[in-house]
Design a protein around this ligand. Structure first.
Ligand code: CP
Length: 326
């Protein structure tokens, strides 16, 4: 039995808590594995048996459509047993702490806990209290690693590379875990990153992450290959960060006029959920020739299958997808 590519580069993570700290080789390997799952998901029979007998718990302390559903589908398509738990209907509502909730779930011997939490660092803290693998499904303004992986996969499938691309991440950078994970990933893979947005929505000392900062959309979009839009994360804001939605759209909303500054073949991305008419014009968002937004959602399932695979597999397994058709 030959060693898997995972073993070849010694990649056997216990958890996936962030992109920061992953090497270019490890990211490439996750993207290559995700690519193989895209093909599996496009077949009529989408299921394999890789995770047969394994238990995955989705523990979400914050709302989600894409991440939670795609992790559930990912686990099920790999043949695992998936349990969805929402904090809203759990004993957290009776005063149980996050740590006690985690240790309670840990006692039921899951193999993977997937956790979303409004506080930065909460998922790491939880990972220290359990025996199973933990995947960060978004913690506060810190990281959303699987979002950055699916974004990178979408870019790589269209542009055939990440190295040397110029990517503009635009909007509410201050409150965005998606921006942080994407900056780490794209920089590690050799892309150049610009962040574009109003000064009130730009974190202090963001330049230290190796990005260029712009406060004018047309200047920030000049010559870029990728335009990644972010929504105003009002649930994390205390007070007003922009004068009005109308003014925000005029200055920072992506429309065809501002998009003209980017390369003619520049692609449009958005992690969702979108606020049409706030950070992005509806026509631009739905442009089938330039918008990757729908495809990002599709690729999210494949990326999450790859992450579950990597965190649960035996390093000596030699095949890339593992398991046959169920
Ligand atoms: N992009 C993203 O995390 O979307 P959800 O909040 O719907 O999971």
């Amino acid at each position: 039995m030959s060693a898997s590519p995972l073993a070849a580069i010694g990649f056997r993570p216990r958890h996936l808590l962030g992109i920061e700290g992953l090497s270019a080789g490890e990211i490439s390997l996750l993207l290559d594995l995700s690519d193989s799952y895209v093909e599996q998901n496009r077949e009529r029979g989408k299921k394999s048996t890789l995770l047969r007998g394994r238990t995955i718990i989705n523990l979400f302390f914050e709302n989600s459509t894409r991440t939670r559903t795609s992790f559930e589908l990912a686990g099920k398509r790999l043949g695992g047993d998936v349990v969805n738990m929402s904090a809203e209907v759990s004993s957290i509502k009776k005063g149980e702490t996050m740590t006690d909730t985690a240790t309670t779930l840990n006692a039921m011997l899951p193999d993977v806990l997937i956790v979303r939490h409004p506080d930065s660092g909460a998922v790491k803290l939880l990972s220290e209290k359990v025996d199973c693998a933990v995947i960060n499904a978004g913690d506060g303004t810190h990281e959303h690693p699987t979002q950055a992986l699916l974004d990178a996969l979408a870019i790589r499938r269209h542009k055939k590379r990440l190295q040397g691309l110029l990517v503009a991440i635009c909007g509410d950078i201050l409150h965005s875990r998606v921006a942080r994970s994407n900056i780490h990933l794209l920089s590690t893979m050799g892309a150049r990153v610009r962040v574009v947005g109003p000064p009130t929505l730009m974190p202090a000392r963001i330049e230290a992450m190796g990005v260029e900062v712009f406060h004018d959309m047309k200047k920030g979009l000049e010559g870029v290959d990728i335009v990644m839009m972010l929504r105003l994360q009002t649930e994390r804001m205390q007070g007003n960060f922009v004068p009005s939605v109308r003014e925000y759209f005029r200055l920072y909303g992506l429309d065809y006029d501002k998009l003209k500054a980017a390369k003619p073949d520049a692609l449009i991305m958005h992690p969702g959920p979108m606020n049409r008419g706030v950070e992005i014009d509806s026509e631009v968002a739905d442009d089938v020739d330039r918008s990757l937004i729908r495809e990002q959602v599709e690729l999210g399932v494949a990326v999450r299958m790859a992450c579950l695979d990597v965190l649960t597999r035996d390093l000596l397994a030699s095949n890339s997808n593992g398991g046959g058709a169920a």
